[in-house]
Ligand binder design. Structure first.
Ligand SMILES: CC(C)(COP(=O)(O)OP(=O)(O)OC[C@H]1O[C@@H](n2cnc3c(N)ncnc32)[C@H](O)[C@@H]1OP(=O)(O)O)[C@@H](O)C(=O)NCCC(=O)NCCS
Length: 166
């Protein structure tokens, strides 16, 4: 039986599914936020961005996208098909992203998320992430962009970071 928590680098043929999975996973916010005013980012864009894109499962059930920006490894997106939530796939993807970031020489990995959504900051805290109190230039700009996008209308946004070596 295929292991749905097995993680590998994304391939070109996965990219439409990556886009679709993000769209599906975003629907988990609708009961909390109402209809969403953002759309999924294309998998093709993610693959071309500086960093790496990992997928879990066969067929692909979820992905983690890490961007390498200004010497920082940043988990830009994590998404799992809602029908397969709470089976450890998200955890496997985050752990694999941390391991790959460590392999690439990063001591830490960061992300931006909602403080009070159970599958956001509390989930990441369970994997060793802590909220950053003092933000450097990259994370400050990311937070400013999130305000421009209106993400903070739905709840407090936080930047979190974890050591990549566990
Ligand atoms: C975040 C996400 C990728 C996690 O994927 P997953 O495969 O369900 O992750 P896991 O099974 O490893 O763990 C999920 C944990 O999140 C928490 N969680 C998830 N849904 C929850 C809920 N409805 N209520 C409370 N806690 C919840 C729990 O701690 C859960 O662990 P548990 O099942 O052992 O209690 C998935 O929820 C998702 O795609 N969400 C929508 C997109 C998103 O929020 N991405 C992150 C943006 S920063």
């Amino acid at each position: 039986m295929p292991d749905e928590t097995a993680v590998r680098p994304a391939r070109r043929e996965d990219l439409d599914l990556v886009t679709a999975i993000e769209g599906e996973a975003d629907q988990t916010f609708v009961p909390l936020f109402g209809p969403l005013d953002w759309r999924p980012t294309k998998g093709q864009w993610r693959m071309a961005a500086p960093g790496f894109l990992l997928v879990a499962g066969e067929p692909v059930a979820g992905f983690a996208h890490v961007m390498e920006l200004e010497g920082i490894a940043h988990l830009e997106q994590l998404a799992v098909r809602p029908a397969l939530h709470r089976r450890g796939i998200g955890t496997a993807l985050v752990r694999a992203a941390m391991a790959e970031a460590a392999r690439r020489g990063y001591a830490e990995i960061s992300l931006c998320t909602y403080a009070d959504v159970p599958w956001n900051a509390p989930f990441y805290a369970s994997l060793g992430f802590v909220e950053l109190a003092d933000l450097g230039p990259l994370h400050t700009r990311m937070q400013e962009k999130e305000v421009q996008m209106g993400l903070d209308r739905h709840g407090r946004r936080v930047v979190m970071s974890a050591p990549t070596a566990t």
